[in-house]
Design a protein around this ligand. Structure first.
Ligand code: PLP
Length: 497
């Protein structure tokens, strides 16, 4: 009997040679530190060669190749071809830069393999403290509720779920939308992020339930048009339930008049949700904080830490003013998730009862450690520095007759294009798209693009702690150089005046 037991061959995923694995760990930390330290010397982006593409397209390995080989494949096939967002001249979409300590924190969280759904563990306390720090830094009530999530998309979804449930004329939680006597509708400017529309789809309200209100010449929601639409909807038998205020729109970094929206929500009995994905963080700078005035009055507030706080992906956050409202939207009861008065299943905050996820990673650690590493004030200064860099770029554009600023720049986003008097308006879109693609393909810089009033714009969104003024000098010089070369190369008979 005992002999038989001894012969059972049981496996584990731990290394057979702990010493070799430790050496590999030291090596990869060294490699990644070198990678980050030298990021400025590499192109901002480079295309993935076909040989590499082919290697990233094969069947699942059935036999072990070993940790060293897995790492070698990463170094060869993955590391050299990122999106580019650790680079000082990456300004596409709204994408954060990350930090070395953030990288280490991710490793430590994975080392603990912490899952933070509830129960008694220090990681849960760290998330609670991190959420308190978030409330403090944004001036949001300390007795509010909150949750770290994957990003602004999920933060918006959670805020709008609570809004729908709390403002419904019926028990949506129990009966779904069938419980409602009237169709629920909500409002935001035409510049509102697409994730809000996605939330309308997921909440069963439908895309049309989100009323896109026009903006004024500063890209802020037109309050007059908003009031009219609310009245029109009420008269037509709809049930208005929420206004989404923008604290930093994705196209131009614009803040709606948040105090006016909060007032309107009060008089109309509507939920006030603020999407502050990156703009909310302007509150960290005493100089920029006035832009966010009224944000603290939101019933729910969504923002990201992986954008303008430069945290490693993923790190978003939602705060909900009334903690009971938040809990009611997501807490279910399941025998296997019962709380106990003592032991592992005790603990105050059960994060799984505040959002979609049951199993959740330890997102809080990198935020908690980074705030300790740098202190809040440094983040405020960096945010201010990015806004100053946007102003610097605006100044460079103003000096060049061949460049045109395409929207006001209230924050950190600059939209511009190359113009040439010999060209028709209709050919400028394609020309600027060509300039943008060449900037990226040549590895010079990574702006992205948008359409403003029907015209193609090169869009520079600065949420990058590595950018320096000289990077914007280079951008402007290269846009001019590429633009002139394109104009020169194009046939004089096509699209010229
Ligand atoms: C990026 C962004 C979102 C979505 O956030 P994710 O973190 O990408 O999910 C929502 N709103 C605005 C204004 C954004 O810039």
């Amino acid at each position: 009997m005992d002999e038989k037991k001894a012969r059972v061959n049981e496996e584990s995923l731990d290394p057979q040679d702990w010493h070799a694995m430790r050496d590999l760990g030291h090596k990869l930390v060294d490699d990644m530190m070198t990678h980050l330290e030298t990021v400025r010397q590499r192109p901002a982006w480079r295309p993935i060669p076909n040989e590499v593409r082919a290697k990233l397209n094969g069947p699942v390995p059935l036999e072990p190749q070993g940790a060293e080989q897995a790492y070698a494949d990463f170094v060869e096939q993955v590391l050299p071809y990122p999106l580019g967002n650790t680079h000082p001249r990456f300004w596409g979409w709204v994408i954060g830069t990350g930090t070395p300590l953030g990288m280490f924190a991710e490793m430590l969280a994975a080392g603990m393999n912490a899952t933070v759904f509830g129960g008694q563990s220090a990681p849960a306390l760290v998330e609670e403290q991190t959420l308190d720090w978030c409330k403090e830094m944004l001036g949001y009530p300390m007795n509010s509720s909150g949750l770290l999530v994957s990003g602004g998309t999920v933060a918006n979804l959670i805020g709008l779920t609570v809004a729908r449930n709390m403002k419904a004329d019926g028990d949506v939680v129990a009966e779904g939308l069938d419980a409602l006597p009237a169709k629920m509708v909500f409002y935001g400017s035409s510049e509102t992020h697409s994730s809000v529309v996605k939330a309308a789809m997921l909440l069963g309200l439908g895309v049309q339930s989100f009323r896109k209100i026009p903006v004024n010449s500063d890209y802020q929601i037109d309050l007059q048009a908003l009031r009219k639409q609310i009245n029109r909807d009420r008269n037509a038998g709809y049930h208005p339930f929420c206004i989404v205020g923008n604290a930093g729109t994705v196209n131009t970094g614009t803040f709606d008049d948040l105090n006016a929206l909060a007032d309107l929500c009060e008089t109309e009995g509507l939920w006030f949700h603020v999407d502050g994905a990156f703009g909310a963080l302007a509150a960290l700078s005493p100089r920029l904080r006035p832009l966010t005035a009224g944000m603290e009055r939101a019933d729910s507030l969504a923002f990201d830490l992986h954008k303008w706080m430069y945290m490693c992906y993923e790190a978003g956050c939602v705060l909900v003013r009334n903690a009971q409202d938040h809990l009611r939207a997501f807490s279910g009861s399941a025998a296997y998730l019962a709380h106990n008065p003592r032991g592992v299943a005790s603990g105050t905050t059960w994060f799984s009862e505040l959002g979609l996820q049951l199993s959740r990673g330890f997102r809080a650690l990198k935020i908690w450690m980074s705030l300790k590493e740098h202190g809040l004030d440094r983040f405020g200064r960096l945010i201010e520095q990015n806004v100053e860099q946007a102003g610097y770029l605006v100044g460079l554009i103003a000096q060049q007759p061949a460049l045109e600023l395409m929207a006001p720049v209230p924050l950190n986003i600059v939209c511009f294009r190359f113009v040439d008097r010999s060209l028709e308006e209709s050919s400028l879109d394609e020309l600027n798209r060509e300039i943008l693609m060449q900037l990226q393909e040549l590895g010079i810089a990574v702006p992205s693009s948008t359409i403003l009033e029907g015209r193609f714009a090169i869009r520079v969104a600065i949420t990058n702690h590595r950018s320096r003024r000289e990077d914007f000098d280079l951008l402007v010089n290269k846009v001019l150089e590429i633009g002139r070369a394109c104009v020169h190369a194009s046939s004089p008979t096509v699209s010229h005046r």
